[in-house]
Design a protein around this ligand. Structure first.
Ligand code: DNO
Length: 408
């Protein structure tokens, strides 16, 4: 039995690629066992439209390596859309134009997020695990140090316990200036695929633009965005897939509207269309103990358009680190079972687009990668992701194989 045999109906094994500047070349991605890629045109500033030529150019690079562009990750939503300020008409027009151009090149899955100010946030991008490999970690004490001592956000203390505040002070004071600077940059300037060169003052300005924006207002702004772009997505056959908040709890006193199952239900109610879907990121959702990943996969399966498989290990102090793909708190076999069943359901209804693209989201820095210069996108070294991809493909293969033995 061949793992690529079409009659196994596995999820589409994919890897993220950050474009020609990515230190992980497409030849490696092909050798990792991926048949497809999640990528974005990171060179185009947020808010501008993607021309058909630039999309085709990227597609041709992938084609030349025998890889398919299966999902856009991401078509970023401009901050002005999230705060509902500025020339929204132009921003919406540019977004829909990009969707039309992507569809014209047959790229129909588009991931985005609606996280205010920062994309994903971690406080340690080189946390050493007992086996010597390194992973990403979030520690509320270190984040308190960032907010209170670097950002100096008024009122930040009220989000932490006295013990956390004291520990944060102690930790901050124990660092040299260079260490502090590196730590701050690792929080504020890790937007995927691009170095925006943000400084702490820029973050203060960005935060100020959220004055008066709470969960309700941010939801209204998301709803306005969806109402503006979903009709085009439907017309051209594009599935939008929102990425959950990472981490899935409030940060920096900002609103957070895509962290839990009830948030996803609200999203689907905003615009009731299959083009208004979800990127099911098990790693992001799993950092919130309220989220039951298996039941969420079942609840939302028909609207899941892209999948990130990863796990986190939560600790009693409120921190979490990125565990092995098959370890941590996610019941990965049960989640994958639900996703395979969903693909079967889609096939039975005659859908030609039944296959769900998945990628291992992040991986540990390990083996030879430990001695290379750090990758510009933390979490995206080659070997650790390949380990994740291999384990996940093996899991899918095993689940399918077990089905057949049972039905024999
Ligand atoms: C982190 C990623 C996110 C994700 C975006 C989607 O590594 O999972 O940055 O790509 O939030 O818009």
């Amino acid at each position: 039995m061949n793992i690529h045999a079409p009659d196994l109906y596995l999820l589409e094994p994919s890897m993220r690629w950050f474009g020609p500047g990515d230190p992980v070349p497409l030849t490696y991605i092909r050798q990792s066992g991926a048949t497809a890629v999640f990528t974005s045109l990171h060179q185009i500033p947020y808010g501008e439209s993607w021309s058909r030529e630039s999309i085709r150019e990227r597609k041709e690079i992938l084609d030349a390596h025998g890889l398919k562009w299966t999902a856009v990750e991401s078509l970023p939503v401009h901050e002005q859309v999230k705060t509902a300020r500025g020339d929204l008409k132009t921003l919406f027009r540019n977004y829909t134009l990009s969707l039309e151009n992507l569809a014209a090149e047959e790229i129909r899955t588009v991931i985005y997020n609606f996280m205010p100010v920062l994309d994903w946030v971690r406080t340690d991008i080189r946390y050493v695990l007992p086996d010597g490999s390194e992973c990403l970690r979030f520690d509320p004490v270190r984040f308190a140090a960032f907010e209170i001592h670097a950002l100096k956000r008024p009122g930040a203390e009220s989000d932490y316990t006295t013990e956390q505040i004291n520990q944060a002070k102690c930790w901050w004071e124990g660092m040299t200036d260079t260490q502090r600077q590196e730590f701050v940059q690792s929080i504020i300037d890790v937007f995927p695929g691009v170095k925006l060169g943000l400084r702490i003052e820029d973050i203060r300005d960005m935060l100020a633009r959220y004055d008066g924006i709470d969960d309700r207002v941010l939801s209204e702004n998301l709803s306005r965005f969806l109402e503006a772009v979903i009709p085009t997505a439907e017309r051209v056959g594009v599935r939008l897939a929102i990425h959950p908040d990472d981490p899935p709890f409030p940060l920096l006193g900002l609103p957070r509207i895509l962290s839990t199952a009830s948030d996803v239900e609200k999203l689907f109610r905003m615009v009731d269309s299959s083009s208004n879907g979800l990127c099911f990121c098990t790693g992001s959702f799993s950092a919130n103990p309220k989220n039951d990943l298996v039941s969420m996969a079942k609840m939302f399966s028909s609207r899941i358009h892209a999948v990130h498989l990863r796990s986190t290990q939560r600790l009693p102090d409120g921190s979490f680190y990125e565990a092995d793909h098959l370890g941590g708190s996610v019941n990965m076999p049960a989640v994958v079972r639900v996703l395979l069943d969903e693909q079967d359901r889609r096939r039975q209804t005659g859908r030609s687009d039944w296959q769900l693209p998945f990628r291992p989201d992040h991986g540990h820095t390990m083996m030879d990668d430990l001695s290379k210069p750090p990758v510009p996108n933390p979490g995206y070294t080659c070997i650790g992701r390949m380990r994740g991809l291999s384990e996940l493909r093996g899991l899918m293969f095993g689940l399918r194989y077990a089905e057949r033995i049972q039905t024999r």
